[in-house]
Design a protein around this ligand. Structure first.
Ligand SMILES: Nc1ncnc2c1ncn2[C@@H]1O[C@H](COP(=O)(O)OP(=O)(O)OP(=O)(O)O)[C@@H](O)[C@H]1O
Length: 355
């Protein structure tokens, strides 16, 4: 394992709650891990602890099997061979792009420095820009210079903390894809912090969802979306809606009774005995709910938002529950209308009933 974080706890003096609390994660060489979660959940603190910028209270951090951080060991940041990119580009304004990029490789011979600068500038798509100055570049270009500067010394691990948060939305999405390609081309292993879900999906091989200092799940995007480990993940990734359900055992398997009808013939349904009386809440994504005029169950449209090829309808069932559905945009119903709905759930994700 390339990066191994075990039961990590990081505390700030005078704060009752640990900023990072019992976090364990593994990152393979060449993989990009992304930490995502609401403001204050501990993402930056975790990243800084990996960098050696925050002391570890308990647990440990290993890089290539060497303990670099624990309550008793703290390898200084400069010995961890880590490259860092932060949200403010932090380029030296009085130095040329080339001199900025060469900043961490002064130990190399001049000719090697120049070759490496040219190589990483080409990698980030800025070949031929070595003589320019930061103020002559756009925000996106400056951030690519910062990335080139961090990559130049061939760090063993790259840490990126919200590197696009000062850029406009269109540019961010494009850069997210670009940065993934650049990191992959460089063969880098990286840990990336963001609060933007689309950015996390665009960049990460593996994504960790944090809340209140804890890591709720560390998985690929597909699994996070389809098999969230906790209610928090279900809600944070893709805005889940929960529907009360009762699991009952029938002759041909478990069925989930819900206000939108029965879910039968579903793969991997928990057993009724998993919950008191079989009563639980099941997760419904907007793509699990299908508009069908002939369906028996009707729901009233309370909100709709146009998404181009489809509408996202928010609907209320007669029982008062709210569900969401993606509906092709030629089904243009009005707010207040009652329309038929049915479920198309392939697997049941259930959580304990919340009052
Ligand atoms: N230097 C510090 N001293 C004391 N408390 C701190 C310090 N830095 C962060 N904290 C606290 O630790 C918790 C985690 O903060 P952290 O910056 O790691 O969160 P984050 O998830 O990166 O948030 P954001 O997305 O807003 O940057 C927060 O409650 C924060 O107030």
């Amino acid at each position: 394992m390339f990066l191994k974080v075990s039961q990590l706890e990081v505390r700030y003096a005078g704060r009752p709650q640990a900023a990072v609390n019992g976090v364990s994660l593994n990152l393979n060489a060449g993989d990009i891990g992304v930490l995502i979660g609401p403001s204050g959940c501990g993402k930056t603190t975790l990243l800084r602890a990996v960098a050696g910028l925050e002391p570890v209270s308990s647990g440990e951090i290993r890089l290539q099997n060497q303990v670099v951080g624990s309550a008793s060991v703290s390898l200084p940041p400069e010995q961890r061979r880590i490259g860092m990119v932060f949200q403010d580009y932090a380029l030296f304004p009085h130095l040329s792009v080339g001199a900025n990029v060469a900043f961490g490789i002064h130990a190399l011979r001049k000719s090697e420095q120049a070759a490496r600068v040219a190589e990483v500038l080409a990698l980030v798509g800025l070949e031929g820009s070595a003589a320019r100055f930061p103020h002559e570049l756009s925000g996106g270009q400056q951030q690519r210079v910062a990335l080139a500067r961090a990559l130049a010394p061939r760090p063993q691990l790259m840490l990126l903390d919200e590197p696009f948060s000062n850029l406009d939305v269109d540019l961010r999405e494009r850069l997210a894809h670009e940065v993934r390609s650049i990191l992959k081309a460089a063969g880098a292993t990286a840990l990336f912090v963001t609060h933007d879900q689309l950015e996390a999906f665009a960049i990460g091989d593996v994504i960790g969802v944090m809340n209140h200092g804890e890591l709720h799940q560390w998985d690929n995007a597909y699994t996070l979306y389809h098999r969230p480990a906790t209610r928090f993940v279900a809600d944070f990734i893709g805005h889940g809606v929960f529907l009360p359900a009762r699991l009952v055992m029938r002759e041909d398997g478990v069925v989930a009774e819900t206000p939108l009808g029965e879910l039968s013939d579903v793969a991997e349904c928990p057993l009724p005995s998993s919950y008191p009386n079989g009563e639980c809440d099941v997760l419904l994504r907007a793509d699990d709910v299908i508009h069908d005029d002939s369906a028996e169950v009707k729901a009233q449209i309370v909100r709709k938002s146009f998404r181009g090829s489809e509408f996202l309808y928010t609907m209320r069932l007669a029982s008062g529950q709210t569900v969401m559905a993606h509906v092709p945009s030629h089904h243009n119903h009005e707010v207040g209308e009652w329309v038929g709905m049915k479920l198309a759930v392939e697997h049941v994700v259930a959580f304990p009933r919340e009052k």
